[in-house]
Design a protein around this ligand. Structure first.
Ligand SMILES: [Zn+2]
Length: 288
């Protein structure tokens, strides 16, 4: 699932390649992704892309006062095409959800696709006059890269949720998901089960620094990968996330996994839980 660093990289790519272009035809290949109908998506045609922004894990294009907003969700991605076919895509075929044709000031006619892999279709698109008309954006907490250390400390102090759950709660803190919360907690050597408001002051400072280090490092790597030219998200530099069974890069202990219905998360017992292996029974209570 694209999180803050990947979405920031896509926004960065679009700022460079799509800003200043005029929106052409918008092909909707999967009608279910459209969450709004007024204004209609056809209203984007002929408008200039004036800015590209990120709100948490949402990507938003300002098309002269009308915003095209997307949440890529778990299997979604944005793919750039230099020379798209002019044919209308066949609805319901393959991963394509939406194609936006563009006309650049240099005379190019590229496009970008919003695609979604897998059977669970959760990618969402909105056309709104204000990004905050999107409910998921209106309820976002402060951005993980914009929050100050005192604000972060106050935020953790306000919740009795497990820290793993608090970090991924978008209404508390915007931008962090399952993958980067694993990385942040491992970097800070904090147990995913720690109760947020009980984390010691010194530890909160370490956690805050870890969050900034992990996210800014990932943004730099993601931007360097030219995100929109990749077929899907390609992450590098993960220490524990999705590395179950591999050695912890810090201590060499095996990276362990806590699995539940649709997700799993990873941690190092030696680095984070004083050697304690987390049982699955506690798991279901942690992330439900
Ligand atoms: Zn370790």
């Amino acid at each position: 699932m694209p999180e803050l660093p990947e979405v920031e990289a896509l926004a960065d790519f679009l700022r460079e390649h799509a800003a200043g272009a005029v929106v052409g035809r918008v092909d909707v290949a999967a009608l279910s992704v459209l969450k709004t109908f007024d204004p209609p998506i056809t209203a984007l045609q002929g408008r200039d892309v004036t800015a590209v922004a990120r709100f948490g894990k949402h990507l938003a294009l300002d098309c002269g006062g009308l915003w095209l907003v997307t949440h890529l969700s778990r299997g979604g991605w944005l793919r750039w095409i230099d020379s798209p076919s002019d044919a209308h895509p066949k609805p319901g075929k393959g991963p394509l959800a939406l194609r936006v044709h563009l006309f650049t000031p240099e005379g190019g006619a590229p496009a970008f696709d919003l695609t979604e892999a897998g059977t669970k279709k959760r990618l969402a698109v909105w056309v709104v006059r204000d990004p905050h008309d999107v409910e998921g954006i209106a309820r976002l907490g402060p951005d993980a890269l914009a929050i100050s250390e005192p604000e972060f400390a106050a935020l953790l102090g306000s919740t009795s949720a497990r820290i793993k759950n608090a970090l991924v709660d978008q209404s508390l803190l915007a931008g962090v998901g399952n993958a980067y919360s694993d990385e942040i907690l491992h970097t800070a050597k904090v147990s995913p089960f720690a109760t947020s408001r009980s984390i010691a002051e010194e530890q909160v400072r370490i956690l805050y620094d870890a969050m900034r280090t992990v996210l800014t490092g990932a943004v730099e790597r993601s931007v360097g990968q030219d995100a929109a030219r990749l077929k899907g998200e390609k992450r590098s530099g993960m220490r524990v996330h999705a590395r179950t069974g591999l050695p912890c890069p810090v201590c060499g202990d095996v990276v362990r996994e806590v699995a539940f219905a649709e997700k799993s998360f990873q941690y190092c017992a030696t680095c984070q839980t004083g050697g304690k292996v987390l049982a699955d029974r506690r798991m279901s209570r942690l992330l439900k």
